[in-house]
Write a protein that binds this ligand. Structure first.
Ligand code: HEC
Length: 404
């Protein structure tokens, strides 16, 4: 047994486990509070300073929630803060980014056919994007634009589309998607760490000093937490997308993510309107469904011209020996019980392509990864699978993936 591999594989799993758990806690509490905030109602007789209340039933009891719009007159003794779920999502997520995408940049981040970067260059560009993305977003929010929610929303949206486009011109589709997801996640965490928390601390400090807190602090904190709410659905799509090359490997991947941001935005709008008792804007679902059909259609367009997946070569009968030859020379070095490719310790995703039976078993996946999309071989075709070979694989799968 190789202890190093055993340890690193489990450490990887453990960090991912933490990432998903903390992400659920963070997004869960964020959704909860936006819902609560929108459902608050005014009535006569509320204590002074209370902007609204809501009744909720859960877990065998009734809750009466009240929001002191700026702050209560005194600091309560027990005050729960919500920040560590956000911070830990970032810490674990950034660790995963380093672990997979930075440490194996040639496999995941770089696509030599898009831009021939050295790993250190790819990593440096990524870090600059993460930092500058936040700096520019924060600048936009603080500028005059920040006074107008709609204008800020439109400019923020276009800003993310431009970054998505730019990233897909520099990195592999997979890399571009994970970096955009990481950037949006970073913006969301930075909203908590650099804006929401400091503003809340100022309010608390004013209370302790016996001064009236400035309502502006609460207002910007609330608008940042609403931004986070609208960014959540796209960020989850981006994080999960690296398992679905149809999403990231298409020629139109930046447009796909644009549509996904629209989908995420309108779905949040539907629920936020409902929670605020402002009706049910059903049109949002029509927009979301139309955009999703757009996503499906765009995903079929592979990056290279002439999509072997959709127009198979008119090959007579493909011999399995040809397929086996291609797969063993282009795929098996990574996809075998004990991979021989540097940096690949175990067969990726458990996919082994080293015997005729295993190749046949994975025929559909081979089709998706190597024909329909160009996700495999990774790194912009590291093992140089030719277009003719892709067509041959396509013809084999479409002919019933026979092992003759
Ligand atoms: C340089 C190493 C390497 C080569 C060569 C390679 N792959 Fe992969 N493959 C990977 C890695 C790494 C992953 C895991 C990607 C991930 O984490 O989502 C993977 C994943 C896959 C998957 C599973 C995808 C999923 O998400 O379930 C399939 C199928 C696959 N490869 C097929 C192929 C085929 C077919 C070839 C040859 C044309 C090939 N691979 C060549 C490294 C390689």
């Amino acid at each position: 047994m190789d202890w190093r591999i055993l340890f690193t594989e489990w450490a990887d799993f453990l960090i991912r486990w933490v990432h998903v758990i903390t992400g659920i806690c963070w997004i869960g509490s964020s959704f909860y509070f936006v819902h609560l905030d929108l459902s608050l109602r005014k009535r006569d007789g509320l204590p002074s300073g209370v902007g609204g209340e809501a009744w909720q039933v859960h877990g065998g009891g009734f809750y009466n929630m009240m929001k002191y719009t700026v702050a209560p007159s005194q600091l309560p003794q027990d005050l729960t803060w919500f920040k560590w779920e956000a911070y830990w999502t970032f810490i674990s997520g950034f660790t995963l980014l380093c672990w997979h995408y930075f440490a194996h940049a040639d496999l995941y981040l770089i696509d030599r056919t898009v831009m021939d970067l050295a790993p250190w260059q790819a990593v440096s560009i990524s870090l600059v994007v993460l930092v500058m993305g936040w700096v520019i977003y924060d600048f936009l929010c603080r500028s005059k634009l920040g006074d107008n929610d709609l204008a800020l929303g439109v400019v923020g949206f276009l800003f993310l589309v431009a970054i998505a486009f730019g990233l897909t011109r520099v990195f592999s589709g997979r890399g571009a998607f994970i970096l955009l997801g990481a950037l949006i996640g970073t913006i969301m965490v930075a909203n908590v760490a650099m804006n929401i928390m400091p503003n809340q601390k100022k309010t608390v400090a004013a209370l302790i000093a016996g001064q009236p807190p400035n309502p502006a602090y609460g207002k910007t904190a609330k608008s940042r937490s609403l931004h986070n709410n609208y960014l959540t659905l796209p960020v989850i799509f981006l994080m999960v997308s690296n398992h679905y090359p149809l999403a990231f490997a298409s020629k139109w991947n930046w447009l796909i993510i644009t549509l996904v941001m629209v989908i995420g935005g309108v779905i949040r709008h539907f629920f936020n309107s409902q929670h605020a008792h402002k009706g049910s804007p059903w049109w949002t679902w029509a927009v979301a469904a139309t955009c999703f059909v757009g996503v499906i259609l765009l995903s079929g367009a592979a990056r290279e011209s002439g999509n072997a997946g959709l127009t198979p070569a008119p090959l007579a009968k493909v011999k399995f020996a040809q397929v086996e030859e291609i797969v063993t020379s282009r795929c098996s070095m990574c996809h075998m019980a004990e991979p021989v490719w540097d940096g690949v310790n175990v067969p990726p995703k458990g996919v082994m392509l080293d015997t005729p039976e295993r190749i046949r078993l994975h025929a559909d996946q081979i089709y998706v990864q190597a024909v329909l999309t160009r996700a495999m071989p990774p790194g912009g075709n590291l093992t140089e699978l030719s277009e003719d070979d892709r067509k041959l694989l396509a013809a084999w799968v479409q002919g019933g993936a026979l092992v003759d």
